[in-house]
Design a protein around this ligand. Structure first.
Ligand SMILES: Cc1cc2nc3c(=O)[nH]c(=O)nc-3n(C[C@H](O)[C@H](O)[C@H](O)COP(=O)(O)OP(=O)(O)OC[C@H]3O[C@@H](n4cnc5c(N)ncnc54)[C@H](O)[C@@H]3O)c2cc1C
Length: 241
């Protein structure tokens, strides 16, 4: 049982309190609902559902501020469908296949084909992910991802190599290989998008990617289960039921 003390003005009693209404909070609430528990409250700091799945209107068009791709459709080994893809189909989220093989590379002279270097950077990335799993299994200490790449002979020096390195790493992880853990990055890769097939679909729906959370929430809950504009600042635990 959870008691929510709203700045000392109101006490709300609920069986389960869910902090945050992003995809994780929504999935937690849906799981409770599917198992017959309807006494839950989602507490959300913002005024909308969706968390990082958020968009703004710009020049009359929807601009995604967070995620834009559905990263893979299914697990090729088990056949399990990516639950985001399931939701996208259910709520008819418009999307378009992104063909990463159809890549044009440019430099200061205009179009220059160095996609072989880009492919090399991605191959090296995959090799470091495999090496990280071996290090973990052997109980070896972590390295930076850049050190892992260097052990694989990838030390980008030319401008083309540096662009390829950025595209293969920094673009996805929003940081440099030297500032990133080899093991953590690799485990994240394995358990998130590498879990699914390589086909990426770019969301082009004017309702925004977040419509998945908003529409799905409507199927199992109502506004009574959601507390907007409320930031949780303290969580206290007690044995009292
Ligand atoms: C720029 C960017 C691009 C991305 N691109 C992709 C992509 O293309 N494809 C993809 O699959 N993933 C992508 N991701 C990752 C994806 O957005 C996240 O993995 C996912 O949205 C996380 O969902 P979540 O529910 O775990 O967290 P969040 O979406 O962060 O939800 C957490 C919620 O909790 C609320 N909250 C936090 N603290 C409190 C508090 N104290 N009190 C009350 N409420 C609180 C927040 O307001 C928020 O609504 C991207 C992320 C970013 C930032």
């Amino acid at each position: 049982m959870s008691f929510l003390n709203l700045c000392g003005t109101r006490i709300i009693r609920t069986k389960v309190a869910i902090l945050g209404s992003g995809m994780a909070g929504m999935a937690a609430a849906r799981t409770l609902s599917e198992n017959g528990i309807s006494d839950f409250l989602i507490i959300e700091a913002q005024s909308t559902l969706g968390g990082r799945m958020k968009e703004i209107k710009f020049g009359g068009y929807t601009i995604e501020l967070g995620p834009s791709w559905i990263q893979g459709i299914r697990n090729n080994e088990t056949g399990e469908e990516n639950p985001i893809w399931t939701l996208a189909n259910k709520h008819k989220l418009m999307n378009i296949y992104t063909d990463y093989d159809d890549l044009l590379t440019f430099d200061q002279n205009g179009f220059t084909n160095y996609s072989n270097i880009v492919n090399q950077a991605f191959d090296k990335f995959d090799q470091v992910v495999d090496d990280a799993a071996k290090r973990l299994a052997l109980g070896l200490e972590d390295l930076s991802f850049a050190q892992g790449l260097s052990l694989q002979g990838w030390i980008p020096q030319t401008p083309h190599e540096k662009v390829a390195d950025w595209w293969a790493f920094d673009f996805e992880y929003a940081d440099t290989p030297s500032a990133s853990s080899m093991i953590e990055t690799s485990m994240h890769t394995k358990t998130s998008y590498a879990r699914w097939s390589e086909d990426n679909h770019f969301v082009i729906d004017e309702r925004g990617y977040g419509t998945l959370v908003r529409e799905e929430a409507k199927t199992f809950t109502n506004e009574k289960n959601i507390l907007y504009n409320s930031t949780v600042t303290k969580v206290k635990y007690s044995n009292r039921l």
